[in-house]
Design a protein. Structure first.
Lengths: 985, 431
């Protein structure tokens, strides 16, 4: 009967919602005004405006009146909500509701594709601002029910595909109407991400830095297009210009990406709203500095199943902490004043949303902010005042709850959307939960009823022995079948405010007797117990910088340090100074001398020890989220500075070996690579602070086997031979010259980031570090540079440099080489460990580099090899990892030697720095101790202790019945020059 | 500059240099090396030593203070150091010339159970990599096939030979097994599921090995008249004449590998790689199973490991009584083999006693290979395979080798690399 009623109800609704001017062929044309008054409720008009015992008057799907004393018009249906609460329905601001995600074409071949697949659009298929998902929108009833049950009344949905993804739709989750009514905004926002579209196989961009560079160029091109400078039609740029005034919502993968996205936006005067990842607490100050409003998912992970100790020991502290710390994210964001909206994004089902939100509240997140982050804040993000509040005139999107909506014990009864009722948990169903004594057949059973609403269910015990039983109830009637020496069927009515049930019983022989159950007073007690368990102590592990094992809880500060009586390797003409004191002050080397004494300094006894300048690695690939943007033969537009990853443990391992500065180079997948980041290995600092301030500009070039795709089975990109490599350079530099001519002419010109970078090279403002092996190609590049009247700064690897050392010296190019690598590919067949010595003797500035995260932590040993191979003096050998690479990087006025006035980047060694037996005791950068061999021991112990604490916490969760997940191992990635795939964040 | 000229003159003196070095001929005159610090390779050191050898064998090891007649050519090595030739375990020298050139790669064979596949016959005695070992003191190596479950049979060679037949000092010394892993996980950086799960195939994979060995054992015992090459090749495992090198990581896996081998009646075991061996040292010691650890110059595989995890492992195992060797498996396997002394030096920097570090790549390595009766230490009666270094040979600054002998033959210390060095150093000198 009830079902039938529902059907009728829906029918009338759909009629009511048929558009006024549409012809009717199903009967006579009727119209109906919906007028409902909800009285005596606690009404949250907004998170800040609360009305006790108020009235909400709904008319035609909108709020007609709200207040303490509202005159209820005659004819209005009145619903008394005494003791209940009304909240604005929630808004899911980041959703793909009703918009199917496109699938990759599985028949695609595996060869690389360089061209776009579309015509009339931008040259890159991953830029899709013209996407308007309205034509593909299909209201998803199943998903809508899920969201309605969780209290959501509107979603902001879009096609989650591509870098620029087009506009989104704001949709009311009203199953009882048509798209004509429920789509509230057809252009609610524009969406972006760093992820490529699955609808095209175009390779570019193949990396995070490529995506960032692409976005920049798109913005420049859109501007150029808007000014009417392009001869062609570009529907993508046109759409982008049209969407310019929409809010721009940018999805990111982690807190590093959030900062990266914001950086791109800032450069073009766009403040993105950023979809975060839930790890914002790890670098909350950086997050705060973006000034962005965030959209935060709350997909907390379950604890690892650590019951197998062999598996458990593989889990990194980083991943264990994630489980422990993630629930504190919202509280941290709130405390730091970062505005954010919440989303069900990333949750497998909206059902877990409240559970996770309750957890965040347990971890200190304020309920009032929680409500704002689901109502007014998302409404503000999309600039829509008609949702997310119950002010007069707003959509009548609201939920009716039994109590505080964020309490686990509360129930959402109804979710009204556009004035249409959706019943979640019938509020007319009595709460009959509790412990009862059930008497039948002369026996006393224990009946325990738990659950919510229609899902309340009972279990029966007889003196602690479970009795098989079936329990059901509807309205005021209960039915129980129990199996105790034969079946007994009970049927009865709930009376007396749900404290007593009684009725007839039929025993196994069909004899009718009576039964009754009455509530014990024990319920109160149980409740107390509940409260107790929710009071459980929450232990959140402190966040370190970076938030991994060996991270710093506080960053080292600059102290005045006096290192006494030490053997100083100056890397200057002064050579080695015995029994010398070195004073470090304000981040600089303040004084070098004998018997220095200064008050108020930290003194370190250097007797028997050696002090050197910090090691500088000219060629490294640590501390970066990407290495190659190899999808084009030139990627001068990308920069490693965009993707520095300060969480890489190799930074710490490098300082443990005395390395203090490194050039993080783009890989060698293409002839013109990307721009470098020169970083100081200040472990614990953020990416921005690690990048060496005002460091000279560099770019990676590459020659030989890698750029001609020698070992790729499907290489189709120009060049495929060394002959072609030359032409790539000639072509690009010729075009750069033409670009410059146009630029200088005063005529309008299309700003091209790639060309701008090449111009810097031509004008001596950017230096080339070129990956190179064989003499022919080395010679070629020298000639190309000479033709275009600039100088190559460094040949890196340069394993046949010894064959053309005279030409290199003449050109003035430096050589940064491996000490002894060879035989790994054909082009290194003639590589010899005497290379450094021959180049050095020919007058070339020579550095020894690593290109390897392992070798970069023991470059002192590699320098020592030049003593063995070729008889370089120890003084000169040491310069090859200090002042020489500093010279090659044009930072030799600041670092690379121990000289008064230079930056205090020094290393204290236990003995001769090139002895195989030496160990680093302290690594100091800018006068701050970033590695200390004794502190390191403490850190190891702390990791062990924290891990075992976390394992115990996880075991406790598992024993308590919590869901767990299988352990995972984080294997860190070994980046080399030819690493092509990008790290997934 | 002065240095360079000296070196160039030295080369000019040495004379014609060809692509490969001509192996030295049999020792005819005796040598007496006097005054050097002798590192015997068994933990002992003799300062101001006298070492004499004739007909390829060491005839005297003692103090130079001894009043004993010096035989043959007397070499004054005062202030220098003398070592037994270093031995590279678990190496692939001579099996691949250029990593990236497939045609030059003879490192592994298809198939899963290949005990009959022998590295020796593919060993290129004239490889440019082999000759580049000698100037660093690496004079012997175990040449090991890779790949499959049972990769094949290794042999031990010395590094101054015309061909593999000349080179070999122990034929078919061991059979190599790659033990399966008990866990699997996806590569997170490629977006695969990084979850680490017990490998459901593990018991099955172990069973495959077990049943192969069971069948092989039965075959060997039953003298079947139908030839089965793989089974026949395992004979030495069961009669104890060949060692079983099990390449395995993980405490569970190591335990399983040892238990299974013992059950099969294979007792001559060596664990290679052996991550996790530290947790089962009792088992290793009880069963006399040595461990060949990987090179220390590699990244530890867990983010939370101490930076020196791979530097201190030698000491940690040795302290618990395990016999430890140093294997060459890893990145750029062959070219890095010449860094063997520096790997040992790194272990010494991080706690291992210096002479013990020498022993790791000499006496103990010979013991693990079962060639200690005639090689590995400076002892009377053993092969005169040794070299003289200007200083500490574990330190790259002082690893300057002036003379090296293999079985008493004074070998060339030149190579393709020194040829190029000489040619170009001279080119720029004359310009």
């Amino acid at each position: 009967m009830k079902k039938l009623l529902f059907v009728l109800f829906f029918l009338s609704i759909s009629l009511a919602n048929a558009q006024d001017y549409f012809p009717t062929n199903s009967g006579v044309k009727t119209s109906k005004s919906n007028l409902v008054a909800f009285t005596n409720a606690t009404i949250y008009v907004t998170h800040e405006q609360i009305i006790q015992k108020g009235t909400l008057l709904v008319k035609d799907g909108k709020v007609a009146e709200v207040g303490k004393s509202v005159k209820i018009p005659t004819g209005a249906k009145i619903i008394d909500l005494d003791g209940k609460m009304i909240y604005p329905s929630f808004i899911d601001i980041y959703s793909d509701f009703g918009i199917a995600k496109p699938k990759r074409n599985p028949s695609d071949s595996r060869s690389s594709q360089y061209e776009a697949e579309r015509e009339g659009y931008y040259w890159n298929d991953h830029i899709r601002p013209e996407t308007n998902p309205i034509s593909d929108f299909k209201f998803d009833n199943k998903k809508a029910t899920e969201l309605l049950n969780a209290g959501f009344g509107a979603v902001n949905t879009h096609l989650q595909d591509g870098i620029i993804r087009g506009n989104g739709l704001l949709v009311a989750l009203n199953p009882n109407t048509t798209n004509a009514y429920r789509i509230l905004d057809t252009k609610s926002a524009q969406f972006l991400s760093f992820n490529k579209s699955v609808q095209s196989r175009q390779s570019y961009p193949a990396s995070r830095m490529g995506a960032m560079a692409l976005l920049r160029q798109v913005y420049l091109d859109a501007d150029w297009y808007a000014k009417g400078n392009m001869k062609n039609k570009d529907l993508a740029l046109e759409a982008l210009n049209k969407n310019k005034n929409l809010v721009q919502i940018f999805e990111t993968g982690d807190h590093l990406d959030a900062v990266r996205a914001d950086k791109v936006g800032d450069e073009f005067g766009i403040q993105y709203t950023i979809v975060g990842s839930g790890d914002e607490f790890e670098r909350i100050n950086d997050i705060k500095k973006t000034n962005a409003t965030f959209i935060i998912p709350i997909d907390f992970t379950t604890p690892f199943d650590v019951s197998n100790p062999l598996l458990a020991e593989q889990i990194s502290l980083r991943d264990m902490r994630k489980w422990n710390q993630d629930p504190s994210n919202l509280a941290v964001l709130e405390k730091n004043g970062v505005p954010f909206a919440l989303t069900t994004y990333k949750l497998k089902s909206a059902e877990t949303f409240h559970k996770n939100l309750q957890k965040a509240i347990e971890y200190g997140f304020d309920k009032k902010t929680a409500l704002a982050s689901l109502t007014t804040i998302p409404a503000k993000i999309i600039g829509n005042a008609t949702v997310g509040n119950l002010n007069k005139g707003s959509f009548a999107n609201f939920i009716i709850t039994s109590g505080d909506v964020f309490d686990a014990s509360s129930t959402i009864h109804e979710n009204w959307v556009q004035g249409e009722q959706n019943i979640i948990n019938d509020m007319n169903i009595k709460d009959i939960t509790g412990e009862y004594m059930l008497s039948v057949n002369g026996k006393n059973y224990d009946l325990s009823i738990t659950g919510k609403g229609a899902k309340q269910a009972g279990t029966i015990k007889l003196e602690d022995k479970k009795i098989t039983s079936k329990f059901s109830f509807q309205n005021d009637w209960v039915e129980i079948t129990l199996d105790d020496e034969g079946y007994t069927r009970l049927m009865g009515k709930i009376i007396n405010a749900a404290n007593v049930m009684e009725g007839s019983a039929f025993d196994t022989k069909g004899n009718k007797t009576s039964w009754s159950a009455s509530k014990k007073v024990a319920k109160e007690e149980a409740k107390k117990k509940d409260e107790k368990s929710s009071d459980k102590e929450i232990l959140v592990m402190p966040v370190s910088f970076p938030n991994v094992g060996f991270g710093n809880y506080t960053q080292p500060t600059s102290e005045s340090i006096l290192i006494k009586n030490v053997t100083v390797w100056t890397s200057e003409d002064a050579g080695i100074l015995e029994n010398t004191d070195v004073l470090l002050k304000d981040g600089k080397i303040a004084k070098i001398g004998k018997n220095l004494s200064t008050k108020g300094v930290v003194e370190i006894d250097g007797t028997g020890k050696h002090l050197t300048a910090g090691i500088i690695d000219e060629h490294s690939h640590i501390a970066t989220s990407a290495v190659n943007e190899g999808a084009h033969n030139s990627s001068a537009e990308v920069t490693i500075e965009d993707v520095v990853d300060p969480t890489d443990i190799n930074i710490y391992r490098n300082i443990s070996g005395g390395t203090t500065t490194a050039q993080i180079l783009h890989g060698s997948a293409n002839p013109i690579g990307g721009r470098s980041a020169i970083i100081k290995l200040k472990w614990g600092e953020n990416a921005e602070n690690m990048i060496y301030k005002n460091s000279p500009k560099f770019i990676k070039f590459a020659l030989g086997e890698n750029v001609k795709q020698s070992r790729s089975t499907n290489g189709t990109r120009f060049p495929q031979s060394r002959m072609g490599v030359e032409q790539v350079f000639v072509d690009y530099f010729t075009r750069a010259k033409e670009y410059e001519t146009l630029k200088k002419s005063g005529q309008a010109f299309r700003k091209d980031i790639e060309m701008e970078t090449l111009l810097e090279i031509l004008n001596g403002e950017r230096f080339i570090s070129c990956h190179s092996y064989v003499q022919s190609e080395i010679n070629m590049l020298l000639k190309v540079a000479e033709k275009f009247n600039f100088k190559i700064n460094t040949f890196t690897h340069i394993l046949e440099g010894y064959k053309v050392a005279d030409k290199m010296a003449k050109h003035g190019v430096g050589g940064s080489t491996f000490s002894d690598w060879w035989a790994y590919k054909y082009e290194v067949i003639d590589a010899i460990p005497y290379n450094a010595a021959i180049m050095h003797n020919a007058g070339v500035t020579v550095a020894i580099n690593s290109d390897d995260r392992e070798m970069s932590r023991r470059l002192n040993q590699e320098a020592a090899k030049t003593v063995k191979y070729g008889g370089i003096s120890e003084l000169e050998a040491w310069k090859m990892v200090t002042i020489n690479p500093a010279k090659l990087l044009h930072i030799d006025d600041k670092v690379g030697s121990i000289k008064e006035g230079k930056e205090a980047d020094v290393v204290l060694w236990s003995s001769h720095p090139m002895s195989i037996y030496t160990k680093v005791e302290k690594t100091i950068i800018d006068g701050k101790v970033f590695f200390d061999v004794n502190e390191d021991v403490k850190k190891r112990e702390a990791i062990k202790e924290e891990k075992s604490n976390l394992i115990n916490m996880m075991l406790k969760e598992k024993m308590g019945g919590a869901q767990t997940r299988v352990p995972m191992k984080r294997e860190d990635r070994n980046f080399h020059c030819d690493t092509l795939e990008e790290t997934k964040s | 500059m002065k240095n360079i000229i000296k070196i160039v003159l030295f080369f000019a003196f040495v004379g014609n240099i060809v692509a490969q070095q001509t192996p030295a001929s049999k020792q005819t005159t005796a040598f007496s090396i006097e005054g050097a610090t002798a590192h015997l390779g068994n933990g002992q050191v003799i300062e101001n030593s006298l070492i004499m050898f004739a007909d390829g064998k060491i005839t005297f090891v003692g103090s130079a203070m001894m009043k004993i007649a010096r035989m043959g050519t007397i070499i004054n090595a005062t202030g220098k150091h003398i070592y037994p030739g270093f031995i590279a375990l678990d190496a692939t020298l001579g099996l691949v010339e250029i990593d990236a050139v497939k045609a030059s790669d003879d490192e592994s064979e298809i198939g899963i159970m290949n005990p009959h596949v022998r590295s020796l016959i593919a060993y290129n005695a004239e490889s440019k990599l082999v000759e580049s070992m000698r100037p660093n003191g690496v004079l012997m190596a175990q040449i090991v096939p890779r790949g499959g479950t049972i990769s094949g049979t290794s042999s031990v060679v010395q590094m101054d030979a015309w061909n593999w037949e000349d080179a070999v000092i122990k034929v078919d010394d061991a059979i190599h097994l790659n033990w399966p892993g008990s866990f699997t996980s996806g590569r997170w950086w490629l977006g695969e599921d990084p979850a680490l799960k017990p490998n459901p195939e593990y018991p099955k994979n172990v069973d495959k090995i077990k049943s192969f060995l069971t069948d092989a054992k039965q075959y060997v015992a039953s003298k079947s008249d139908k030839m089965h090459l793989p089974f026949a090749a395992t004979k030495g495992l069961f009669d104890g004449s060949q060692k079983f090198f099990i390449h395995v990581n993980g405490e569970k896996e190591i335990t399983d590998a040892i238990t299974m081998s013992k059950e099969m009646g294979i007792h001559n075991l060596v664990i290679v790689r052996g991550e996790g061996a530290e947790k089962v040292t009792d088992l290793l010691v009880k069963n006399n199973v040595p461990v060949i650890i990987n090179r220390p110059h590699r990244n530890s595989n867990s983010e939370d490991d101490a930076y020196d995890e791979t530097y201190t492992i030698a000491k940690r195992l040795i302290d618990k009584g395990v016999l430890v060797g140093l294997g060459m498996e890893g990145q750029m396997d062959r070219m890095n083999t010449r860094n063997l002394p520096f790997y040992a030096g790194t272990f010494a920097a991080f706690g291992l006693e210096k002479e013990k570090a020498v022993q790791l790549i000499t006496g103990d390595a010979a013991k693990i290979l079962g060639i200690d009766a005639f090689a590995g230490t400076l002892e009377v009666g053993k092969d005169a395979t040794l070299f003289i270094s200007e200083g500490d040979a574990l330190d790259m600054r002082t690893n300057q080798i002036s003379e090296a002998y293999i079985q008493g033959r004074k070998i060339s210390l030149e190579s393709h690399q020194t040829t190029l060095w000489k040619r170009y150093a001279e080119k720029f000198k004359s310009e």
